[in-house]
Design a protein around this ligand. Structure first.
Ligand code: C2E
Ligand code: MG
Ligand code: MG
Length: 519
């Protein structure tokens, strides 16, 4: 069902013009009637006499013909009016409503906003503008096709509309962007509505027998504080949305003026990233991994680094920007090739090389082929490669792809580790179904290990579970001897962290190995 239709400026003008015309016609007709009454014009008598005197002119027939044509004309005009109305209806439907979601489109949403602002100015109330952008929607289109993507947009729009009040407006700005407009008598009305909108993310969508979850980023701007025109409020809510996208996904952010500065800095970083991608100005560092049993270095994790104007950009930030700008696959493949090439100079035959792969790679249909191709480029033995996959890859949306591709990787002899285990949302049931080799326990547990009995208990349980399921367990972020000894005592297989060795550039690593005390 369509939303309540608000008249546009033009429609209002047309209706006013019709009323004005009707009024003037009535006044003129009244004046003419009065004049006729006062002058007592004998129009009909004269016409009658005239037709009697000129009987041979066939006046009766002529009058009838004129009458028929007149009636026909009225009928024709009323039919054309109906057509015109239907046409106007169709044109305004296409011009003002989005054809996929049946929600007001950008033009009409902004028109509604302008009218709401005029009313709010008159009544002294507030208007909240909520800008919503779906996260990773492109992946849905790429994986399930555009028809399914459209269906999802439509269902999402419906859910959004059901989460707000009848008097509020939801529009689709285009792509995966929606706008919600709320008239607020007081600011207290905002929080419960935002909560309801946020909770839509907990509902899943059924697509091709898969349960898909859809998350979004959203920003709010409020009239009169953040702007007093539709354009300004839209811009402010867009900035707040973008802030939510890059900092706290899934949250609805309220606009603050400092957001614009941060956004500008972020835009700059994004454009620098594009240049860096073109010139391949990244490099890799390698962090050793220790076997607690043999006390030997059994592998290295490859970690990407990006130095911009002499300053190191945090890797998590680089990965996040790459994901937001759709460059993850490109950067990931570069890192894989570079790591395999570098490994020729330091990796020994009994050591493994861990390469981080973003969950996004699992959407690539030729992902396994790409890995195979990289391996054969450097004639790198598959059993020496470990693909590190973050726990978030085990969530509903891509789980089937992940399982299929992990199985394919394993059949090629490549090892697979689940990275940062324990801080994501993965379900233990999925672990037993996945043919993985290793669980890397997130560093938060390692750091808490010494002081927290609960964390010790948890790691010890994880180790027992892993042994039963035939996984290896590696603790990340080991920073002290005490932590290392405790992990050894608990039966952990491997460890990685600053205490064992910091991530090191290829040059330094080769130098260290060449030195008599080598690693
Ligand atoms: P990760 O895969 O869990 O990598 C371990 C992170 O912990 C690295 O951070 C490493 O420098 C840091 N670390 C290692 N030992 C310690 C320690 O003892 N204490 C502390 N506090 N930190 C330690 P880094 O290099 O900033 O990387 C962050 C994340 O970025 C990685 O987490 C990984 O998820 C991602 N990443 C890094 N390189 C790549 C890459 O080439 N491709 C992809 N897709 N992701 C990457
Ligand atoms: Mg890792
Ligand atoms: Mg990790």
């Amino acid at each position: 069902m369509k939303q309540k239709y608000m008249q546009t400026h033009l429609e209002k003008e047309i209706r006013q013009r019709a009323k004005r015309d009707f009024f003037y016609i009535c006044v003129i007709a009244l004046i003419l009637s009065c004049i006729s009454l006062m002058t007592e014009v004998d129009l009909f008598e004269r016409l009658y006499l005239f037709s009697r005197q000129h009987e041979h002119w066939e006046m009766d027939e002529i009058t009838l013909i004129v009458l028929w044509f007149g009636l026909g004309g009225v009928f024709y005009a009323s039919r054309r009016m109906q057509d015109l109305r239907a046409l106007i209806h169709e044109v305004s439907d296409k011009a003002f409503f989005d054809q996929v979601s049946q929600l007001p489109n950008r033009v009409y949403s902004l028109e509604c906003l302008t009218q709401m602002l005029h009313r709010a100015e008159r009544l002294g109330c507030q208007v909240a503008v909520i800008f919503i952008d779906l996260d990773n929607f492109k992946m849905v289109n790429d994986t399930y096709g555009h028809a399914k993507g459209d269906l999802l947009l439509q269902v999402f729009g419906e859910r959004l509309r059901h989460s707000i009040r009848k008097s509020d407006i939801v529009g689709r700005l285009g792509g995966d962007e929606y706008l919600v407009l709320l008239e607020l008598a007081s600011e207290d009305e905002l929080a419960p509505i935002l909560e309801r909108i946020k909770s839509i993310q907990e509902e899943s969508y059924r697509l091709d027998a898969n349960d898909l979850s859809l998350r979004f980023s959203a920003g709010v701007a409020i009239y009169p504080y953040d702007g007093d025109t539709a354009t300004d409020l839209l811009k402010a809510s867009d900035i707040a949305m973008y802030h939510s996208k890059v900092t706290r996904r899934g949250q609805i952010e309220l606009y603050t003026p400092t957001m614009a500065e941060k956004l500008y800095a972020r835009y700059q970083l994004e454009s620098e990233l594009k240049t860096a991608l073109k010139n391949k100005t990244f490099n890799m560092e390698y962090q050793p991994q220790l076997s607690l049993e043999s006390e030997q270095i059994v592998g290295y994790e490859a970690l990407i680094r990006w130095k911009l104007k002499g300053k190191q950009i945090p890797t998590t930030q680089l990965i996040q920007i790459a994901e937001d700008t759709g460059h993850t696959e490109e950067i990931g493949l570069w890192a894989l090739y570079q790591a395999l090439e570098d490994a020729q100079s330091f990796l020994q035959a009994d050591q493994q090389l861990g390469v981080n792969i973003s969950p996004r790679h699992f959407w690539m249909s030729d992902f396994v082929y790409q890995i195979q191709r990289a391996l054969s480029t450097y004639e790198f033995p598959p059993h020496q490669l470990v693909i590190e996959l973050t726990e978030s890859a085990l969530t509903n949306d891509i789980y089937d792809d992940v399982r299929e591709k992990v199985t394919a990787l394993r059949s090629l002899g490549i090892s697979v580790a689940i990275d940062d285990f324990g801080v994501g949302y993965s379900c233990l049931g999925r672990l037993k179904d996945l043919p993985i080799n290793c669980l890397k326990i997130d560093q938060v547990f390692t750091h808490a290990l010494v002081n927290s009995e609960r964390d010790r208990y948890m790691i010890s349980t994880l180790i027992t579970m892993a042994k039963h399921l035939n996984f290896l367990i590696m603790a990340e972020g080991v920073e002290s001897k005490e932590q290392l000894e405790l992990l050894h005592h608990l039966g952990c297989h491997m460890a990685q962290g600053y205490y064992i060795g910091k991530p090191t550039s290829l040059k330094k690593l080769v130098e260290q190995m060449a030195s008599p005390s080598g690693l």
